[in-house]
Design a binder for this molecule. Structure first.
Ligand code: FES
Length: 359
């Protein structure tokens, strides 16, 4: 069914949404400032529109090497599980639906004004400060924009009770993400064997594993055999973080960094280059909140969120990358997947990956 709010929202581009999220940052609690930026990278509007317009949807998905659940319809009430404000999702959904019911197109409000209006209404319903609602309200309106009014109304917006690292006040959750594990009484004397914790959450599972100082995150994740990770996400060949190539080529291991991004190595040229080709909107910062986990070495505790899908779509969608070719992601990935299955350590075979820029 046509809806005036939906039609109005569809006049804004992905760049408009990202600019609105930046403009709103001072009105968002610190716990969700990067989280909301990450959400908008995990669910890019331009990819959604490209798939909606594709004549042959299946072929488009194949060309973009899409794997996993990339449509918001599949995770209407769970996609924002890593935002602190997700606990108020039901209030946000109700506020978005009310906005849709009363919306008059001739008012032409800006995205920022719309998000603030929904945030104020949801904060009143939830009885909490609006700084906890603005980020999740941006997600609410963006979800409405992607799935449409009818689909958005299909669920009541019930969410699971926060557990583990997401329990407690917003201040305590934000502060806990900044802390490092103690290295013991004489830890300050240690030069090797320092160990830290990597906390992770995806839509289906969460937990933590240990990482040695200067160890690649996916290498540390691969040593965690505490669960059958592949039964939880078929992209998880070794440990809880999805991987294929371990060489920056396939984009399977992309993650959002909710806490501790400054404790990861700076982005090297190879990661920067390949992330652009993959289509992930990684900020230009030296240590951004969007990383390839197989390229990031940890020097302290970090908190990660794992997206439910991956792909290689930079050239097709954004058309802003140099005319340089990657080896088709599926070729190198398939080869390395076979080696991983055989128990061969993938990092010994990085020489088999295509020539990409090195530092
Ligand atoms: S596993 Fe990291 S890019 Fe392929």
């Amino acid at each position: 069914m046509a809806n005036e709010l939906f039609s109005h929202l569809r006049t804004f581009s992905e760049a408009d949404w990202l600019a609105a999220v930046e403009e709103l940052q001072s009105g968002i609690h610190a716990v969700d400032q990067d989280a909301v930026r990450i959400w908008f990278r995990f669910f890019p509007l331009e990819l959604r529109l490209y798939l909606e317009l594709a004549e042959d949807r299946k072929e488009a998905e194949r060309v973009l090497s899409l794997q996993g659940d990339y449509m918001l319809e599949d995770s209407l009430d769970t996609s924002a599980h890593f935002l602190y404000g997700h606990r108020y999702w039901k209030s946000v959904k109700a506020a978005v639906n009310e906005e849709a019911d009363g919306f008059k197109a001739d008012s032409k409000p800006s995205l920022v004004d719309l998000i603030k209006a929904v945030g104020a209404s949801a904060a009143k319903k939830a009885g909490v400060d609006q700084t906890l609602l603005n980020a999740i309200s941006a997600v609410g309106l963006a979800t409405f924009n992607q799935v449409g009014a009818d689909e958005f109304r299909k669920t009541a917006g019930d969410t699971a009770k926060p557990t583990g690292a997401m329990t407690g006040s917003a201040n305590s959750v934000a502060a806990a993400r900044e802390k490092d594990d103690s290295q013991g009484l004489f830890g300050f004397l240690k030069t090797v064997d320092k160990k830290y914790s990597v906390k992770f959450a995806s839509e289906g599972y969460s937990g933590s594993f240990q990482v040695y100082d200067d160890q690649e995150i996916t290498q540390a994740a691969g040593q965690d055999r505490s669960r059958d990770w592949k039964s939880l996400d078929k992209r998880c060949w070794q440990g809880p973080i999805p991987i294929e190539c371990t060489a920056a080529a396939c984009g399977t291991c992309w993650v959002g960094v909710l806490g501790g991004k400054e404790k990861l190595d700076p982005v090297h040229r190879r990661e920067r280059y390949n992330v652009k080709l993959q289509g992930y909107n990684q900020p230009e910062e030296e240590r951004p909140y969007l990383r390839l986990a197989c390229q990031a070495r940890a020097h302290g505790n970090v908190t990660l969120v794992i997206p439910p899908w991956n792909g290689v779509f930079g050239k097709q969608i954004y058309k802003n990358v140099e005319e340089l070719e990657l080896e088709p992601a599926t070729t190198s990935a398939k080869h390395l997947r076979e080696m991983i299955a055989e128990g061969t350590h993938a990092s010994q075979n990085k020489a088999d990956i295509e020539d990409a820029p090195t530092d």
